[in-house]
Ligand binder design. Structure first.
Ligand code: SF4
Length: 290
């Protein structure tokens, strides 16, 4: 198979994303390991050793290499259709080189396409800016076990005693974290979308997961809410892989979208410890990775 320079850069982006962790995630996992004891500590230690080996050998850090989610910010000189074609070639090649597990299954026939390609796979989100020669591609690989823990609430929710206010939002986040125990390969990170419609609320929650664990929400109220909910979820003491401990989540990231008066959605997307996201930047023909 022949690929142009963009294809080679995308192949490298996929390899880096599948076979390593972003520096902020690795740093936070290591800091969590250092304050844990017993089984929680050794679980985090094995995760970090696993990542170090995977990085050395260019092997996926987890057998489930997840759903491919591409966010593409491009100038007028890049055509989305051309980009998509090149990215699909790179995905197919990455699968044949075992950076990715064949993960795309027809929901009706149950047949696996074998190359991670099929309707809706990968997922592409395009946005255009005015700068010629500049391209930014963010890629997230979202594992199935963690994706299954995602959930959406339509407030009011009588079972949770959650009304259409901040207290109701907090109850939803705690409920989602509690129900994820035993399923999401903790420690996780919660992306939360408040407002929007059913679709955009979930989109917001997923987009929050592209943020760095170290960043501070520019909205002071949301920054406070993120810190409060991270502390409260960690008080559940579910711990790494559910073995108990101080680290149930590495972070909580929250965004909002305007809603209709008649609707109040809270969407929670759960990302597992294998928090795989990377960016490719192309400027003046030079590729770099973050
Ligand atoms: S939830 Fe994450 S860590 Fe667990 S099996 Fe899936 S991808 Fe791997």
């Amino acid at each position: 198979m022949e690929m142009d320079q963009l294809g080679e850069s995308l192949l490298e982006l996929i390899r880096l994303t599948a076979c390593d962790l972003p520096p902020d995630v690795e740093r936070v996992l290591a800091a969590a390991r250092d304050v844990e004891l017993g089984r929680a500590r050794s679980t985090l230690d094995w995760m970090l050793k696993n990542v170090a080996e995977a990085r050395k050998m260019s092997l996926p850090i987890c057998q489930d290499t997840g759903t491919l989610i591409f966010y593409v910010e491009h100038g007028p000189d890049w055509l989305p259709a051309e980009f998509e074609k090149t990215a699909k070639l790179a995905v197919s090649e990455a699968t044949s080189r075992s950076f990715l597990r064949p993960n795309a299954v027809d929901p009706i026939s149950g047949k696996n396409s074998g190359n991670n390609l099929g309707p809706g796979s990968p997922y592409f989100h395009f946005s255009q800016h005015e700068q010629v020669g500049k391209l930014k591609v963010r890629l997230m690989l979202k594992g199935g076990g963690s994706e299954n823990c995602g959930t959406q609430y339509a407030l009011p929710d009588n079972d949770l005693g959650a009304g259409r206010d901040l207290d109701g939002v907090k109850r939803c986040i705690l409920d989602a974290a509690f129900k994820a125990q035993g399923f999401g390969c903790a420690p996780g990170t919660l992306g939360v979308g408040i407002g929007g419609d059913r679709m955009t609320s979930f989109l917001e929650s997923k987009e929050q997961l592209f943020r760095s664990l170290d960043d501070l929400n520019p909205d002071p109220l949301l920054a406070e809410l993120e810190a409060e909910m991270k502390a409260k979820v960690n008080q559940l003491q579910i711990g790494p892989m559910g073995f108990g401990g101080l680290t149930t989540v590495l972070g909580v990231k929250i965004g909002t979208r305007y809603r209709l008066p008649a609707s109040y959605f809270v969407s929670v997307s759960y990302m597992c410890w294998a928090y795989r996201r990377r960016s490719l930047l192309i400027a003046d023909g030079q590729a770099s990775y973050e």
